[in-house]
Design a protein around this ligand. Structure first.
Ligand code: AMP
Ligand code: MG
Length: 339
C-alpha cells in the first residue's frame, strides 16, 4: 500500500515538474523571441508627436496616434469649430450654461484648481488674450512680418474677458461670462500623454513594453531602461542645442515651457507665447516687468496634465514662487534662468 501511494505521488510530482518546465520554456521563448521596435511620427495639436516603443505585444502606435487625433478634433482644439472646447466657447454668456462630458469636466475642474493654487499664473480663460496677441498666427507663419503688439487699451479690454474665478461648474454644466474663451494649449499634450499611459496599461502587459512618447515639449517615458531614460533639455538661448540632460526612470512625465518655443519680434523686442494673466503681456516682456523671469522651466511628475500645467504656471510665476508651487504638487522642477 505504502509503495503504491509513493508511486502515485512521484508520478504526480513528475507531471507537475514537466508542466512547469514546458510553461517556463514557452514564456521565456515568448519574452525573448518577439520584441519589436515600433516608431511613428505625426503632426497633431500644432506640433510633432513622435512615438518610439519596444514591445513584446502588438504594435500600439497606430492606436496612440488615433488617440491624439481624437483628442485634438473632438475635445481640445479651439481652432476646430465643432470640438467640445469650441462649443463651450461659443456658448459663453448663456444663462443656462453648457453641458460638459465627464472627460471635459474632469480636465476643467483640475485646471481651475491649478489656477487657484498658482494665484492665477496658470489660467485657461486667457483665450481673448491669446487671440489678441495672435499666438496661433505666429506658429502658422500667417502674419510673418506684420506683427504689431496690441495697445494697452486693447490688452485691458481682453483682460476683462479673462479670469478663472469667473467660471462656475455645477451639475455637469459650465457657466462663463459672455466673451470668455477657454484655451487648452498649455495642457493638450499632457492630457494626450495621460491617455497614452491609460491605453497602454489597459491593453498591454506593461512589463513587456518600454519606450518614449514625445508630444512637442512634453514627454512620457514608458517602463524601465538600463541606466534610466535620458531627457535632453533644449538650450533656450540656442534652441538647436541641448543645455543639459536629466535622467528619469519608469513611467514619468517631463514637460518644458520656454520663451524660445514660440515667439515673434517687433522693433528688436521679442514677444513669446506664455502670457502673464495678471498683466496681459507675455511674461517678462514689455509692461510685464517680472524680474524673476525664467528662460525655461521643466517639470517632472507622474501626471502629464500636471507637468504640462505646472511648467506653464511656474514659468509665469518665476523661479522662487515656481519652486514653491512645484513642491506643493510633489513635482520635480528644473529652471534655466533668463540671462
Ligand atoms: P506651454 O508651452 O505648455 O507652456 O503652453 C503655452 C500655451 O498655453 C500658449 O500657446 C497659450 O495657448 C497657452 N497659454 C499661454 N499663457 C498661459 C497661461 N498663463 N495659462 C494657461 N495657458 C496659457
Ligand atoms: Mg504647459
Amino acid at each position: 500500500m505504502g509503495i503504491h501511494f509513493d508511486k502515485k505521488r512521484l508520478i504526480t510530482s513528475l507531471i507537475s515538474a514537466l508542466l512547469l518546465i514546458i510553461l517556463t520554456a514557452s514564456v521565456l521563448k515568448w519574452r525573448t523571441g518577439n520584441i519589436n521596435n515600433y516608431s511613428q511620427a505625426a503632426f497633431i495639436m500644432g506640433t510633432v508627436f513622435s512615438l518610439d516603443i519596444n514591445s513584446y505585444g502588438d504594435d500600439p502606435t497606430g492606436d496612440l496616434i488615433a488617440i491624439g487625433n481624437r483628442l485634438e478634433h473632438d475635445l481640445l482644439s479651439h481652432r476646430i469649430s465643432d470640438s467640445e472646447i469650441s462649443l463651450i466657447n461659443g456658448n459663453s454668456g448663456t444663462p443656462e450654461g453648457y453641458p460638459l462630458t465627464a472627460e471635459m469636466e474632469e480636465i476643467l475642474t483640475t485646471c481651475l484648481q491649478i489656477s487657484a493654487d498658482s494665484n492665477g499664473a496658470f489660467d485657461i480663460t486667457i483665450g481673448a488674450l491669446t487671440d489678441l496677441w495672435d499666438i496661433d498666427g505666429w506658429a502658422s507663419g500667417e502674419n510673418d512680418g506684420e506683427f504689431i503688439p496690441p495697445s494697452a487699451d486693447m490688452i485691458s479690454d481682453a483682460l476683462s474677458h479673462c479670469g478663472y474665478e469667473k467660471v462656475r461648474i455645477e451639475d455637469h454644466r459650465i457657466y462663463m461670462p459672455e466673451g470668455m474663451k477657454l484655451d487648452l494649449g498649455a495642457i493638450g499634450k499632457g492630457i494626450y500623454l495621460d491617455e497614452c499611459r491609460s491605453y497602454i496599461q489597459e491593453n498591454q502587459t506593461t512589463n513587456d513594453l518600454s519606450g518614449i512618447i514625445a508630444a512637442g515639449g512634453s514627454i512620457l517615458t514608458l517602463g524601465e531602461k538600463e541606466g534610466g531614460w535620458t531627457i535632453g533639455i533644449t538650450d533656450p538661448f540656442n534652441s538647436g542645442e541641448i543645455y543639459d540632460k536629466l535622467s528619469v526612470s519608469g513611467y514619468r512625465n517631463t514637460s518644458t515651457s520656454g520663451s524660445y518655443e514660440r515667439f515673434v519680434e517687433y522693433r528688436g523686442v521679442r514677444y513669446h507665447h506664455i502670457i502673464n494673466p495678471l498683466t496681459g503681456y507675455p511674461t517678462g516682456c514689455a509692461e510685464d516687468n517680472n524680474k524673476d523671469y525664467s528662460a525655461s522651466v521643466t517639470i517632472i511628475s507622474d501626471s502629464g496634465l500636471m507637468s504640462d500645467a505646472l511648467s506653464t504656471a511656474c514659468f509665469v510665476l518665476g523661479e522662487t514662487k515656481g519652486r514653491e508651487l512645484a513642491k506643493k504638487y510633489g513635482a520635480d522642477i528644473y529652471v534655466i534662468p533668463e540671462k
